[in-house]
Design a protein around this ligand. Structure first.
Ligand code: NAD
Length: 493
């Protein structure tokens, strides 16, 4: 870092920790800059919390647990109703904050906040969701009851790409189920989580029930290792998810670790291109490809490729790249310069391996942005070989690889060879092809003529294979089961 950059970090506003109902400035030695990716300017500085601070947050959550557990579910639900109202009232402000620290367009940010609010609405149903089961006379005069109880202190570790929605996947359900929570937002996008916490406090969350610590891997590891933490919700890249899963499981904790992806979009020759092209465009280049549900490999079946690519390339070339706050912009920046270098590195690697470069995003045709922003335009590589890294690795940027295959069997075999199984889509007007796809594809979230197969809050976010480690997924009834354990009571009087 240059001395001017060091000064900018020192001058930036420190992001506070939330411990036991009070905002605190960290005593951390390490502070990282938080950037606006559309300008490259430092907008805040984030601490890497000390071990004592992590311990204080976990201790506060453990202390708050007995009273929160004993708070009737209907009252916990009322907290969620109040929180939901505040989120609605501050909707635009939250979306702007997401755009500011993440870079995505305001329209995408609004979508993210909306999806997050829906989880809070789901959590408002806690009294019903927590109902137990009962059977009379399992043997003469003996009754049996199943009761759902919270697990205790839960830790949530989040990625940068949905700074509001992913924390909202976790803590509203965990809290409504009677747990207390310590959140570690992404160190690259910690500001939205802080604002969510302020609103949760305004809604009346008791001290210690919800806490925030900041930092990176060491902070996450300290949370996982803390004896009072009973369950860990993680969302992030595949290597980190696997490491978190292994560490938490080895310590005897519950863990759900949602990981990376390489999503295949299969296009049949009978697909309706008027609908398919915008869906693929949104899937591959929306949020600059930084979604775990982004389409990354376009599998063109039979003679689908040429007419599809002609239209797709023209539409992608037309996308305006620039700051997410500009209503004319279709695609914002990527999160950091390192991400841009990684994405363009893959583009180069594909080119050198022999792919044909349909669109080179290193110089976006329609760039409106500040020169300091972290820009990459849409990239399309055609005639990619399935054995290349560009076809196999998660790139997490606006780079779409096209692989041509002769038939649906070959398309399914190709997609199923991927180590990942987060999402997959088919575009077709054939019910038979759609049914074959749905039956045979090895992925957990499927789109039929849909480019981003995102389940709503009352369903689980259900990745497979190396896209998920654990048993119970995030959100929906899986979320409730993850954040509760059952007690069986068998009685004779
Ligand atoms: P990341 O793995 O770099 O970081 C995620 C979080 O884990 C951060 O809070 C980070 O501080 C922490 N972390 C990093 N390394 C760790 C380690 N070894 N041990 C413990 N914690 C660690 O991910 P990112 O770049 O912030 O997010 C993008 C990734 O998240 C992509 O791979 C994307 O596919 C994935 N993602 C998956 C889903 C899903 O539902 N499957 C959703 C969103 C994002």
């Amino acid at each position: 870092m240059s001395s001017a950059a060091v000064q900018a970090v020192q001058d930036a506003k420190p992001v506070p920790l939330l411990i036991d109902g009070a905002w605190r400035q960290s005593a951390a030695e390490r502070w990282d800059p938080v950037y606006d990716p559309a300008t490259g300017l430092v907008i805040a500085r984030v601490p890497f919390a000390t071990p004592a601070e992590v311990e204080a947050a976990v201790t506060a959550a453990a202390r708050a647990f007995p009273a929160w557990r004993a708070t009737p579910p209907v009252e916990r639900a009322r907290l969620m109703f109040r929180f939901r109202d505040l989120l609605e009232r501050h909707f635009e402000e939250l979306a702007l904050l997401v755009t500011r620290e993440n870079g995505k367009t305001l329209e995408d940010a609004r979508g993210e906040v909306r999806r997050g609010i829906e989880v809070v609405e789901f959590a408002c149903g806690a009294p019903t969701l927590l109902l137990g089961e009962m059977a009379e006379d399992v043997a003469p005069g003996i009754d049996s009851e199943l009761v759902r109880v919270p697990v205790g202190v839960v830790a949530g570790i989040c990625p940068f790409n949905f700074p509001a929605m992913i924390p909202l996947w976790m803590f509203p359900i965990a809290l409504a189920c009677g747990n207390t929570f310590v959140l570690k937002p992404s160190e690259r996008t910690p500001l939205s989580a802080v604002r969510l916490a302020e609103l949760l406090m305004e809604a009346g969350v008791p001290d210690g029930v919800f806490n925030i610590v900041h930092g990176g891997r060491e902070t996450a590891d300290a949370l996982i290792a803390a004896p009072q933490v009973r369950a860990v919700s993680f969302v992030g890249s595949q290597p980190a998810a696997k490491a978190v899963y292994e560490k938490a499981a080895a310590a005897g904790k519950r863990v759900q670790a949602l990981a990376g992806a390489k999503n295949h979009l299969i296009v049949m020759p009978d697909a309706d291109l008027d609908r398919t092209v915008p869906a693929i465009l949104g899937s591959a280049f929306g949020a600059a490809g930084q979604r775990c549900l982004a389409g990354s490999v376009l599998v063109a079946v039979g003679d689908a490729a040429d007419p599809l690519l002609e239209r797709l390339a023209a539409a992608a070339r037309d996308l305006v790249v620039g700051p997410g706050t500009d209503p004319e912009v279709d695609m914002g920046p990527v999160i950091r310069p390192e991400a841009r270098d990684r994405i363009l590195g893959y583009l180069d690697e594909g080119r050198r391996a022999g792919a044909s470069v349909v669109l080179d995003g290193s110089r976006p045709a329609r760039l409106k942005g500040d020169p300091g922003g972290f820009w990459v335009g849409p990239c399309i590589l055609d005639r990619v070989d399935p054995s290349w890294r560009v076809a196999q690795d998660e790139i997490f940027g606006p780079l779409l690889s096209v692989i041509r295959v002769p038939d649906l069997d070959a398309a399914l075999a190709l997609a199923n060879r991927s180590r990942f199984g987060n999402a997959a889509s088919i575009f077709t007007t054939s019910g038979r092809a759609a049914r074959e796809f749905r039956y045979r594809i090895e992925a957990g979230m499927l789109g039929v003529n849909i480019g981003v197969a995102a389940p709503m809050a009352w369903f689980p976010f259900s990745g497979w294979k190396d896209s998920f480690y654990g048993d119970l997924h995030a959100t929906g009834k899986d979320g409730v089961r993850f954040y509760t354990q059952v007690k069986m009571v068998i009685s004779r009087w």
